[in-house]
Design a protein around this ligand. Structure first.
Ligand code: ARG
Length: 287
């Protein structure tokens, strides 16, 4: 890159740093970006970069593949009911050990290579996530019934990066495993975040699922709601898309669906005019 190009790039960043300084950006971390060692290191340093320019990142993570892998290692068979995976007490224990004890620690560790910034929490800590059973047949799979973001706000005020694993508890203290996409959106709404960012294993929202070139650069929550209602969206993306729609309708300024396989994807999206993934806002976006 020529020095002129570098200078141009750096000046493009300034207005975004000014605009997002002091604002909360909730990042749902998962997929390849979390499994690949190099990408996880890059992700951690990107979160530190956001933090160092005054943006307030909050990391929310799941860990489905890691839970599946541990179940295989322990020789625990997955149980299905009407095609849906059942979380029995033993599976819940494995999920808690893997999410809270391993995945969360790995993320905190990777961030803290750069300085003492990250603090790991589970949704049970300080009552962040109150959960309720989705369907007794599915065991301990929960839905979010309430978010209390007080502890997250306190940590942000202390200059820390909260890293949250998505285990919640009901009012009797029973723990549940909760979909991390949903939790990220709910936490972003509760924090009145500037952004909620989803790292996925696809380029973003595609106009045509079979054509990687058909990436939708920006759209509105209303258009996506229409597509959700008409049922012509690809299955795997539905929880992420509805979480984006709910977050934007819940007051979050913008939601972003990004390709976590691209190194530094969050920086490219936040600090350039055109971005790299799909941007979702309430009103058509004006730059
Ligand atoms: N950097 C700006 C932002 O974060 C614009 C991003 C535009 N992204 C897009 N996919 N159209 O708000």
């Amino acid at each position: 890159m020529s020095p002129e190009m570098t200078a141009h790039l750096l000046t493009e960043v300034l207005p975004y740093i000014q605009r997002f300084r002091g604002k909360v950006v909730v990042v749902k971390y998962g997929g390849n970006a979390m499994i690949d060692d190099e990408l996880s290191r890059t992700f951690a340093s990107d979160m530190v970069l956001l933090h160092q320019v005054g943006i307030l990142p909050v990391v929310v993570h799941g860990g489905g593949p890691q839970i599946g892998e541990m179940m295989r290692r322990l020789g625990k068979e997955a149980i299905f009911e009407d095609g849906l995976r059942v979380t029995d007490a033993e599976t819940l224990d494995i999920a808690r050990m893997v999410l809270v004890g391993k995945v969360n620690r790995d993320i905190v560790g990777a961030i803290n290579v750069h300085g003492p910034f990250a603090v790991g929490l589970s949704g049970q800590d300080a009552g962040i996530i109150t959960a309720s059973a989705r369907d007794p047949k599915l065991g301990f799979v929960g839905d979010v019934s309430k978010v209390d973001a007080t502890i997250i706000e306190r940590l942000l005020a202390e200059g820390l990066i909260p890293v949250i694993s998505t285990i919640g508890a009901d009012t009797a203290g029973q723990a549940y495993n909760i979909n991390a996409d949903t939790v990220a959106g709910a936490i972003a709404s509760a924090l009145e975040a500037e952004k909620v960012v989803y790292l996925t294993d696809v380029a973003g929202l595609l106009g045509d699922v079979d054509d990687p070139g058909s990436l939708i650069n920006r759209t509105t929550a209303r258009e996506l709601q229409d597509q959700l209602d008409s049922g012509d969206l690809e299955g795997g993306m539905i929880p992420k898309i509805s979480a984006c729609v709910d977050a934007v309708n819940g007051g979050v300024n913008s939601a972003h669906l990004l390709d976590g396989r691209v190194p530094h994807v969050v920086l490219i999206e936040l600090f350039t005019d055109s971005g790299i993934g799909t941007l979702i806002t309430a009103e058509p976006y004006i730059n």
